[in-house]
Structures are given as C-alpha cells and as structure tokens.
Design a protein around this ligand. Structure first.
Ligand code: NDP
Length: 454
C-alpha cells in the first residue's frame, strides 16, 4: 500500500500522509458506486434536492476548516481559500435546483405523442488537477449528482485534502454510501482505471492538454462521454482608448492570482503601441504592490508555487538574460516562492510567450491596430479565456466575437463564474461546464412514442 506525504508549499514541512488508492481500490469504489446508482436515481427529485442543500449547509459550516486545509496543503492565501470553500457551497446550492427542473419535452407527432426524459448517464469519473482543488471538484460533482449520477472523484496527488474532507461531509449530510466517493491516488493508477473501466460512463477531466488527449483516446475505446478542460495562453488586450489606470491595476490579478497556476491566466498582455509606455508606468507599481507571502496571513494576495519541481519548471521560462522588465517580491527561505515577473519585449518564438507557463510570469507585447490585436490573440493553439479593455462598446463586441476563446471579460479581469458556461475553444478543451445547462451534459435524452390511435 503506497503512501503520499502532502507538503505545505509555503514551509516545505509535511502536513499529513495519505494512503494512495490502488487499481483494486478503484475497482471496489466503482462497484460501490454501481450498487448506489439505481437507488440514487430513484430518490424523488425534491428529496435529492434537499440532500444537496444539506450537503451545501455542511460545507458552509466547515468553511474555516476547509480553508485551513487548502492553506496548508496547497499554499492558497487564506482569503482565496475561504472564497473557494464558500464557492463549493454556492455551486451545490445552485445545482440543488436541478433535480426538480430536469424537464423533458412533449413533441406532437402523427398517431400519438412523443415525450423526452433526461436519464442520468450513470457513474461519472471526475479527475481534478492540483491548482484549484475545491472549485474544480465542485464544478463536476454538483451537476453530476443533481442529475442523478454517482461520482467517483480522483483529486490531484499533490492536493487531496479538501476533496477528501468534502467527501466526508457529503456522508455526514446524509448522501447515501457510494453516491460520492473520493479516492486519493496517482493519475496513472486511479485516473487511468476510471478512464479504462467500462462501468464508468463519463469522464470529467481537468488538467493538461497532453494528459487530456490521452484521456480522450482512452474514452474513445468505450465510446465513453468525456468533458475536457485543458490549458490556456490567454490574452489581455488593452486598447489606447481604455481606462488605463483600471487596466493596469487589474492586470496583475488576471495573471498572478493563485500564483499564475490558473488555466485562465491572461499571461500575454497586448497593449496598443501608442499607450505602451504609459501602461508600463502604471503596471510596474501594480505588480510590485501584489502582496506575496505567508498564505495564512489575511493580507496575502499571492502564495508559493505548488512544488519544487513546478518552481523549476516556471523558472526555466526566465533564464539568465531573459528580458525582465520588472518584478514583484517573494519571501526568502523555505517555500516554493517565485516573484511576479514581467517580461518585455519578448520574441514571438520565446517559450514564455508561446507556452502555458502556469506560474507568475507575464509577457507584454505591443500592437498597432484592432486587426493586429486579434491576430496576435488568436496565434496560439489554446482558446480558454481573455480580457479586453476599451471604452468603445462596438469594438469590445467586435473583438470579443473575433477572439477564438471560450470566456472573455470586457473592462474586467473576472474569469469563471458558475452562472455561465465555462470551457475552451481549440486545444483548451471539449464541452462546457457550469451555467444552467451543465446538468444536461450528465444526462442522456430518452425519446418515447405513445400511440393515441384506438
Ligand atoms: P495533469 O494533466 O498532469 O493532471 C491532471 C489530473 O489528471 C491529475 O489529477 C492527475 O493525477 C491526473 N492524471 C495524470 N495522468 C493521468 C492518466 N494517465 N489518466 C488519468 N488521469 C491522469 O495536469 P496538472 O495537474 O499539472 O494541472 C495543470 C494543467 O491543468 C494546466 O495545463 C492547466 O491549464 C490545466 N487546467 C485547466 C483548467 C480548465 O478548466 N480548463 C483548470 C485548471 C487547470 P496526478 O495528480 O496523480 O498527476
């Protein structure tokens, strides 16, 4: 039986040691989920909704505990971690309205009528990355459960603590045994088994494009449903007519949130050439003002990176001689720290400009006109997020329509919101999560003809 020690990324001290699930443990969990599936789908809609609300209430009364686990086990700043735990509650509450609203259609046809039903897909395998252990777990788990499916979730090996605790809270809230199970373990063991096991009917995967493509290939063998939320290299486009103070003040939070370990990080800032110097003057104090430090301290805005290996990966994008325009600060001593770093000017073939860094590194690139801004923004295999700063509403809409990406904000750095669909264009993914239609992706439409002729 293998063990995994969770490290505190801010101190490099051990937090706790967990037993890793094996392929046999995964098969056993799949067996329990299969046994629970028929009972769960038969729970009356109002009762299922009530159980999800009780689950949300249990999360609500443990926000501090969950936040503490995320601070210790993932290095998230405590304010962010509290928000994330509250977000799990909110997502559960939002989808608790689903069971009573899984409404089918009545379709007029000759000789009778047709009715449609939304039937649960069945058992769902949920594979979660380490960067946002709570939100990403909730986005798949809540609509899947609400639509009458059972869920076997695999948190990332590095950050399993909050998902394990949320799984316990589900049981304490009264969800029947086997309906939601959390299995900490390796992707190559537990994750792979969920993909390969024929009884798992859908995989919800969030992670790298490389592993996502393997997961898709594995699902293809069983014609298994799959949703993929993958990487990004998003642009923050600042036009000369924008409120430059606002654009510069918010740009750090569009890329350095979660220490840049964010698929929606706007890690390429594109600035119209005529205001580039002014933007950089305003951006420098904003970057230097990001409070980087002890995640447990309430004023902290940015914590450490997740691991020593990941810090090495991020640092490789800023080799000696890299064009560092300016940097923020980071603590010395233990912890996987890396300062907010701004690179400019960068070559079009610089890996920091072309690849997803997944750390607090941003490039700034000038453009001359709207057409060039769109061309540069789209010059990437990814298409997940993006921001546009302009005071011209027509341009905002034109550019938003022209940028090949799934989620955009205008004059704002906001990214994912649970009320609206989330997902990527191109290699950023397949399918959509969140929003009012998310539960539909966890159902199959069944069509039934009823003869009315005598
Ligand atoms: P990985 O793809 O390495 O891992 C993601 C998850 O997949 C982990 O739980 C991992 O397990 C598991 N996994 C690994 N190998 C397999 C396998 N063969 N079969 C099944 N599961 C497997 O990504 P990271 O954890 O490094 O996450 C970072 C990436 O995630 C970035 O590219 C980022 O952009 C993307 N991301 C996308 C988001 C989106 O919504 N579009 C949101 C957040 C992140 P283990 O932990 O054991 O490695």
């Amino acid at each position: 039986m293998s063990q995994f020690t969770v490290l505190n990324p801010a101190t490099e001290q051990a937090v706790t040691t967990l037993t890793q699930a094996s392929a046999e443990d995964t098969d056993a969990a799949i067996g329990r989920a299969a046994a629970a599936q028929e009972r769960w789908r038969a729970v009356a809609p109002g009762e299922r909704a009530g159980l999800l609300r009780r689950f949300a209430a249990a999360v609500d009364s443990h926000v501090e505990e969950l936040a503490g686990l995320e601070v210790a086990g993932s290095g998230h700043p405590v304010g962010q971690a509290r928000w994330e735990a509250g977000h799990v509650r909110d997502v559960l509450l939002y989808y608790s309205a689903t069971p009573e609203r899984l409404i089918g259609k009545q379709i007029p046809v000759p000789g009778g009528l047709n009715v449609t039903f939304h039937e649960p897909v069945g058992m769902v395998g949920l594979i979660v990355p380490w960067n946002f252990p709570m939100p990403i777990f909730a986005w798949g788990m809540a609509p899947a459960l609400a639509a009458g499916n059972t869920v076997v979730a695999k948190p990332a090996e590095l950050t399993p603590l909050t998902a394990v605790r949320i799984g316990e809270l589900a049981l304490e809230a009264g969800l029947p045994e086997g309906v939601l199970q959390v299995l900490p373990g390796k992707g190559s063991v537990v994750g792979q088994r969920l993909v390969d096991h024929p009884a798992v009917r859908k995989i919800v995967f969030t992670g790298s494009t490389e592993v996502g493509s393997q997961v898709m290939a594995g699902c293809a063998r069983h014609i298994k449903r799959v949703t993929l939320e993958l990487g990004g290299k998003s642009a923050n486009i600042v036009f000369a007519d924008a409120d430059l103070e606002r654009a510069a003040a918010t740009a750090p939070y569009a890329v350095f949130d979660n220490a840049g370990q964010d698929c929606c990080a706007r890690s390429r800032i594109l600035v119209q050439r005529s205001v580039l110097d002014r933007f950089m003057e305003l951006f420098e104090p904003a970057v230097k003002g990001v409070a980087v430090g002890d995640p447990a301290s309430p004023g902290t805005e940015m914590g450490p990176l997740i691991s020593a290996a990941h810090r090495q990966h991020v640092a490789a994008y800023v080799p000696d001689g890299a064009p560092v325009a300016f940097r923020g600060s980071a603590p010395d001593g233990p912890g996987f720290w890396y300062p907010p770093t701004v690179l400019a000017p960068v070559g079009a073939d610089d890996p920091a400009y072309t690849e997803e860094v997944f750390g607090p590194v941003v490039t700034v690139t000038p453009f001359d006109d709207e057409a060039e801004a769109v061309t540069i923004a789209n010059d990437t295999p990814y298409g997940l997020s993006g921001s546009i700063f302009t005071s011209d509403v027509g341009r905002a809409i034109r550019v938003a329509r022209a940028v090949e990406t799934g989620n955009l904000s205008v004059n704002s750095h906001s990214s994912v919101r649970y009320w609206t669909p989330f997902g990527g264009f191109k290699q950023s993914g397949l399918g959509r999560e969140l929003g009012p239609d998310a539960p539909d992706a966890f159902t199959e439409t069944k069509n039934v003809f009823i003869a009315t002729e005598p």
